[in-house]
Design a protein around this ligand. Structure first.
Ligand SMILES: [Zn+2]
Length: 547
């Protein structure tokens, strides 16, 4: 008897495995367009409720025929089998089982209540899990959830490019935004006690585990004129992960020399600028970990909040108020003052963005410390202008001991080496002419992205992102220009120090655009990505090498 029962259950197991295999082969429905037209939703007739409303739905196709749509997680646990049996027992003909996104199933079951957002609802949790797991699987660095008056959608930034992910109805997107803030954030990291879509901005940190790895998610809510955005930065918790080298980040050997020399100095300001998401924190972390004298130093960092663990650094996480009103931001300077009393050698200040912090950074450097910080500027040479606007006097900026190095960087996507296509087949004659004659690059070595991609690159045509940077170590002449407030003359002077052509790895006097050109000449990046991130090759102003 026992053996027959065992045999039966084995047979059932095989049957469900085959069924699941078939469902996976058919692919996953993401929108209503992927489904046939149906008359009504029968889910509630079969007792489907609560969490299951985002896991399974029964669609009435007419003529006593039905279709089941099931989420991947529900199907994997075989929880749809029972509903299957109930449906056929009630006299319906089951035409098809199909996998579908949780968000679509919830939408069809009307699981997400309209009207007031109930943040205690857990119906939305499976939708959030599916979104986060997909993002992490695709190596997304930032998830954007954008809600406007009548629709919402998610976008993924992968290898520094933006890709559309899926659409949501407005109610579902609201539930996702509020549930993550209220129910998933680490309590002490919330910028405000109560979640409200009326708030100008809100932020928090979320711990999340997926595929056996730990992640930190930095959540930021921004209210807009006609809706809101939530931007979620995905940060892997680097336990036991080997730190990257400057070369691996994308710097050239001549630039690595400049970076290492600046770190080797015991004092001075090391400042990295660039737009959001340009990898500034990663470069800072790499510099601090490189410091050969780090073991003999007391090093502190104040960050908003701490993104990466840095070996041998006492890191302090601060939740700065998101509003620009400086009088509200007194916690940050308070902590900096405490650190100064704590006998530091080196200090990292996450971002220098207001006058109080800029003044303290200047005081730190002038009292013989080495400071690492970031800022937002459009080039390395506009750093003195920015610091001067933040109240640091020109004669201080021009002091020999003050500015160690100014770095500006951006990230560009790296072409998949398996499927990249020759530029000669893809670019217009005009662009090829510019590459060859304006920039002196061998166009036989230039490649473009294959939009269809291949297996190797997950159909993206790109596999990674890489730094393009300009690095300026001020010399006597440059400091003179800085003290006189002649920043454009300073830039001209620095750019005329270029010694080599654009296909040469020596980066002396070369801008970030020109670093990008070098990578184009090596077939590493698509010239169109360079233009998209900077400016068209037509308008770029070349400064001739001075004889
Ligand atoms: Zn490829």
């Amino acid at each position: 008897m026992l053996s027959i029962a065992a045999k039966n259950s084995k047979g059932l197991e095989n049957g469900t495995a085959i069924l699941l295999g078939k469902m996976r082969q058919a692919g996953r429905a993401q929108t209503r367009k992927d489904l046939p037209a149906f008359r009504i939703v029968l889910s509630k007739n079969y007792g489907i409720q609560g969490n299951d409303l985002s896991g399974i739905a029964v669609l009435d196709l007419g003529s006593r025929e039905v279709m089941l749509i099931v989420s991947e997680s529900m199907a994997a646990k075989n929880q749809h089998i029972q509903i299957r049996q109930k449906v056929t027992a009630s006299g319906y003909k089951l035409l098809e089982d199909r996998l579908a996104d949780s968000a679509l199933i919830a939408e069809i079951n009307a699981a997400i209540s309209k009207g007031d957002v109930d943040t205690n609802s857990s119906d939305v949790k499976p939708i959030i899990d599916e979104l986060l797991q997909l993002a992490i699987k695709k190596k997304t660095s930032d998830i954007h959830l954008c809600c406007r008056e009548s629709s919402a959608m998610s976008l993924f930034r992968i290898h520094s490019r933006i890709y559309q992910n899926r659409q949501f109805d407005v109610e579902t997107s609201k539930q996702i935004a509020s549930y993550m803030f209220q129910n998933m954030a680490e309590p002490r990291t919330r910028s405000t006690g109560t979640f409200s879509f009326e708030n100008k901005s809100m932020s928090c940190m979320i711990r999340y585990a997926a595929y056996g790895e730990q992640y930190k998610l930095r959540y930021k809510y921004i209210r807009l004129a006609d809706g809101w955005d939530v931007i979620i930065r995905v940060l892997p918790l680097e336990v036991g992960l080997k730190a990257k080298t400057f070369i691996e980040l994308g710097y050239e050997p001549s630039q690595v020399n400049q970076l290492e020399m600046s770190v080797n100095r015991s004092i001075g300001l090391i400042i990295i600028t660039g737009p959001t998401g340009s990898g500034k924190s990663t470069t800072l972390k790499t510099m601090m970990e490189f410091d050969p004298k780090r073991k003999f130093k007391k090093r502190f960092s104040v960050e908003d909040p701490v993104e990466y663990k840095i070996f041998g650094v006492s890191q302090i996480s601060v939740q700065r108020s998101d509003h620009e009103n400086e009088s509200e931001n007194l916690e940050f300077p308070g902590i900096l003052r405490d650190i100064l009393r704590g006998d530091p050698d080196d200090v990292m200040v996450g971002e220098t963005r207001d006058k109080i912090v800029a003044q303290m950074v200047a005081d730190f450097v002038l009292t013989g410390h080495k400071i690492y910080t970031t800022s937002h500027t459009a080039s390395a040479m506009t750093t003195p202008t920015r610091l001067s606007r933040l109240g640091i006097a020109r004669d201080i900026l021009a002091d020999r001991q003050f500015l160690s190095v100014m770095i500006f960087q951006r990230l560009l996507p790296v072409l998949c080496q398996e499927c990249k296509q020759p530029a000669k087949e893809k670019l217009s004659k005009k662009k090829l002419y510019l590459l060859e004659h304006k920039f002196g690059i061998d166009i036989d070595q230039v490649y473009c992205c294959n939009e269809h991609g291949c297996e190797h690159c997950d159909q993206l045509g790109i596999t990674n992102s890489t730094v393009v940077a300009e690095i300026i170590v001020p010399d006597r002449v440059l400091r003179q220009y800085i003290s006189e407030g002649e920043d454009s003359k300073a830039e001209e002077y620095w750019r005329h120090s270029r010694k080599t052509g654009f296909d040469d790895p020596d980066m002396q006097g070369k801008t970030a655009f020109e670093h990008g050109l070098y990578k184009v000449s090596q077939g590493l990046i698509d010239p169109s990505d360079l233009e998209l991130e900077f400016e068209p090759m037509e308008s770029y102003e070349v400064m001739e090498i001075r004889e």
